[in-house]
Design a protein around this ligand. Structure first.
Ligand SMILES: [Ca+2]
Length: 259
C-alpha cells in the first residue's frame, strides 16, 4: 500500500524553523523532488519578504518622540517616568556648551548652564533651578555644542512647572558643521535648513489635560541613532500666548551617545 505524502509545517519552513530532527527525512517517494522545489520556493519567498521588510525599516526610520507626564502628586526630584529615562549626570551632553543664539532670558531664570548641569529642581516652581525665556517673549533659539562629533542615540529634555510653563514645545535641528555654508548661530529670521542644519523633529507635549506637572521627552530612532552631530539647535516656542507666562521651565537637556 502506497504511503500518503506527509507535509509538515517543518517541511514548509525548512531551516527557518526550529524543528529539531525531522521525521520526514526518512520518507522518500516520487514527490520528493517536487516537494523540495516547493520548499525552496517558500524559503526564497520568506527570505525576500524579510529582506524587503528590513530595507523598508531602514529606509523609513524616523526620529520618534516619547513623552511622559507626571502630575504634581507623583512628580519627585528624581524625575522618574514610565518610559523616558531619568536625567543622567554623565551623559554626552554634560560636557557640552549652551549658547543663546537669539532669545531673551528671564531675569529670574538660572544661567543657561542649568540646562546641562545635572542639577534638577525639587519643586514645581523653582526659577533658579530652571532655564526659561523672558515673560511675554515668543520663544527663542539656543545652540548646544557637544565639543566633538557624536553618534547621538537620544536627546532627552525635562521640565517642571505647576501650570502653563510645564509643557515643552520645540523644534530640534542638528548638524555636523561640515556644510560649506554652515551658519553656527543662525538668528531667528534665518532658516537653519538653508545653512547646514537638518531638521530632526518637532516636540509638542501639550494635551487637553492640565498643563502643570513634570514632563520627560525622549527623542530617539528605531535604528538606534539619530545621526552623527556636533551641534544641536533648539527652537523654543511658548506653550500659550493668552498671558505672558507661556515659556517653559526647562530643567535639563541630556544627550545620550550611541554605545
Ligand atoms: Ca539642570
Amino acid at each position: 500500500m502506497k504511503s500518503k505524502p506527509e507535509i509538515s509545517l517543518c517541511d514548509l519552513c525548512g531551516s527557518l524553523c526550529l524543528c529539531g530532527e525531522s521525521p520526514s527525512e526518512a520518507i522518500y517517494h516520487r514527490d520528493t523532488e517536487v516537494h523540495r522545489g516547493y520548499t525552496e520556493k517558500i524559503q526564497h519567498f520568506v527570505f525576500t519578504i524579510s529582506t524587503l521588510l528590513a530595507l523598508a525599516i531602514s529606509v523609513h526610520a524616523q526620529p520618534r518622540v516619547t513623552i511622559d507626564h507626571n502630575q504634581e502628586k507623583t512628580a519627585t526630584a528624581e524625575f522618574k517616568f514610565m518610559r523616558v529615562p531619568s536625567p543622567a549626570r554623565n551623559d554626552a551632553g554634560a560636557k557640552a556648551t549652551f549658547r543663546i543664539v537669539d532669545a531673551e532670558v528671564d531675569g529670574n531664570s538660572a544661567d543657561i548652564s542649568a540646562l546641562n548641569d545635572g542639577i534638577l529642581p525639587d519643586g514645581e516652581d523653582q526659577a533658579r533651578r530652571n532655564f526659561f525665556l523672558n515673560q511675554g517673549t515668543g520663544g527663542g533659539r539656543l545652540l548646544m555644542d557637544l565639543g566633538s562629533e557624536i553618534d547621538v542615540a537620544q536627546v532627552n529634555s525635562y521640565s517642571w512647572h505647576s501650570s502653563s510653563r510645564g509643557p515643552q514645545i520645540y523644534r530640534l535641528w542638528a548638524s555636523d558643521g561640515s556644510a560649506a555654508n554652515f551658519n553656527l548661530e543662525p538668528k531667528g529670521t534665518i532658516d537653519p535648513a538653508q545653512c547646514g542644519w537638518k531638521s530632526i523633529v518637532i516636540v509638542d507635549t501639550r494635551t487637553d489635560e492640565e498643563d502643570g506637572g513634570q514632563y520627560g521627552v525622549s527623542i530617539n530612532d528605531a535604528t538606534g541613532s539619530l545621526g552623527k552631530f556636533r551641534y544641536l539647535l533648539f527652537d523654543l516656542y511658548p506653550v500659550e500666548v493668552s498671558d505672558n507666562f507661556g515659556n517653559t521651565f526647562y530643567s535639563e537637556i541630556d544627550v545620550v551617545a550611541k554605545k
